[in-house]
Unconditional design. Structure first.
Length: 462
């Protein structure tokens, strides 16, 4: 099939932005693996082509264009946000405050993926304490026997301890320390956090401003999901008042669709399909009246966001307090706190602007669906210990999907976390490729037809 013309005239294009996870990633490596997983094979090959990236200013960036394949997917263009080079100067000591805080909790309060680590660390501490005190299984050994045992143990294992500590330290400083530092608000990490956030916001804003795309999907692996979440919530706060105008140009169509979404939320979101279908209809209605927001879907993959109350804040109480104060967005959104003070009041996500209802700054996920995929670990060890369910923290409007296929690779302890995009041709019902393609929904061309590409600027009345 010939490549689609890149000229003006057809707005049915989806931009997919992929944000890689923790660790020293090479540019475009994650993106190429992702595209192989996201696109089906046609006649034995995947149909996409590399183009210069016209949105970001990175010399390494490329835009991968997949021409529309009738009945399979619409024209899709893939971008990668590469941020790992900005995370410099990681030190093993950066882990200590978080490790200390988690160690001093009851095991029932420790995130499931870290419980094996919690027990292992306490076992090491207990062994060290027993060694220092000169005890052995509750009884005493003669001092000369104890010295002989410890000399053999320490002398023969010293090189192994040093080697393992060095290897573990290198792995941690190149991976999990990224998570700790990105979520660290101290001056040491401020510049890296600011630069990483600024880069992804600039990329997403550029896609909105280009007038080229009718829809944007954000896919993020691991720590990338924290970065994506920050970008979505920040950008929404800048754009939500640009409601499209003038007011008398288009009938206030979104009111009916917003009422339908609010009714589902008021009833308690009993069905995730009904909720996400209502989100999609509300997004379409808003776009028809020229609301500029293009992000329809956020797909998180194997993200430690399920530990956000321990990593981003210091406790579940503090996390919930930030949600209640509308500092953190959830799905379904909390009511607009400026007007609705009663926690159990009927859902209300906006205000009227001369006949139109504008979604407020805390409601990006009223129109952006959130799907979360992860390899569930067994015994908190065999699988991806960094991935987990997000509904308990970020709301029951998230479609949490356990990836139960892709055996035996998904069981590899320590390695499963990096294997989500390594199974492009495994297409079982519970395999990651099947579930990811269902979440991406790249075959919605008919519904995107006729949507405006250039947003109008509204008058702000609030």
């Amino acid at each position: 099939m010939p490549m689609a013309d890149e000229g003006v005239g057809d707005s049915r294009r989806t931009a997919v932005v992929v944000i890689h996870g923790m660790g020293e990633q090479r540019p475009l490596e994650t993106l190429r693996r992702f595209i192989g997983t996201a696109l089906p094979s046609i006649d034995g090959r995947r149909m996409y082509f590399s183009r210069p990236d016209k949105v970001s200013d990175s010399f390494e960036a490329r835009r991968f264009l997949a021409p529309a394949q009738e009945g399979i997917y619409g024209q899709s263009e893939f971008f990668e946000y590469h941020w790992s080079y900005m995370m410099k100067g990681n030190k093993l000591a950066d882990l200590l405050p978080t490790v200390r805080r988690i160690l001093l909790q009851l095991p029932t309060n420790v995130p499931p993926g870290l419980r094996v680590v919690w027990f292992a660390l306490w076992a090491i501490l207990a062994w060290a304490l027993a060694t220092i005190s000169g005890t052995w299984a509750g009884g005493g050994l003669p001092s000369f026997a104890w010295k002989s045992i410890t000399n053999v143990l320490f002398g023969g294992a010293a090189w192994l301890v040093v080697a393992v500590a060095g290897l573990l330290g290198t792995i941690l400083t190149k991976s999990f320390v990224d998570v700790i530092r990105y979520l660290d608000t101290s001056p040491r990490s401020y510049e890296a956090r600011r630069d990483i956030r600024a880069g992804i916001v600039e990329l997403l804003q550029g896609l909105h401003d280009s007038g080229r795309y009718s829809r944007v999907v954000v896919v993020a692996h691991s720590l990338g999901a924290f970065i994506a979440y920050d970008a979505i919530t920040y950008l929404w706060a800048q754009m939500n008042k640009l409601h499209g105008g003038p007011v008398d140009a288009v009938p206030p169509e979104p009111l009916e669709d917003l009422a339908a979404l609010e009714a589902i939320v008021t009833a308690g979101v009993p069905d995730i399909d009904a909720y996400q279908n209502a989100q999609w209809k509300l997004w379409l209605a808003h776009r028809r009246q020229r609301n500029p927001w293009l992000i329809t879907d956020f797909i998180s993959v194997g993200t430690p966001m399920y530990m956000a109350d321990q990593l981003f804040t210091r406790s579940r109480t503090e996390f919930d307090r930030r949600v209640d104060s509308r500092e953190m967005a959830v799905t379904p959104p909390r009511n607009d706190g400026e007007f609705v003070e009663v926690a159990d009041a009927a859902a209300n996500f906006g205000w009227y602007n001369r006949g139109r209802e504008v979604l407020y700054y805390g409601a990006p996920f009223a129109v952006t669906r959130w799907t979360n995929l992860w390899f569930p670990p067994i015994l908190s060890f065999f699988g991806d210990i960094f991935g987990g369910p997000l509904r308990p923290l970020f709301g029951n409007g998230i479609r949490d999907v356990q990836v139960l296929g892709n055996r035996p690779g998904r069981f590899l302890p320590g390695f499963a976390h990096a294997r989500y995009f390594l199974y492009p041709d495994s297409l079982g019902e519970q395999d990651v490729a099947t579930l990811l393609r269902a979440a991406l929904q790249l075959n919605v061309d008919d519904e995107l037809a006729g949507l405006p590409t250039k947003p109008a600027v509204a008058e702000e009345t609030r």
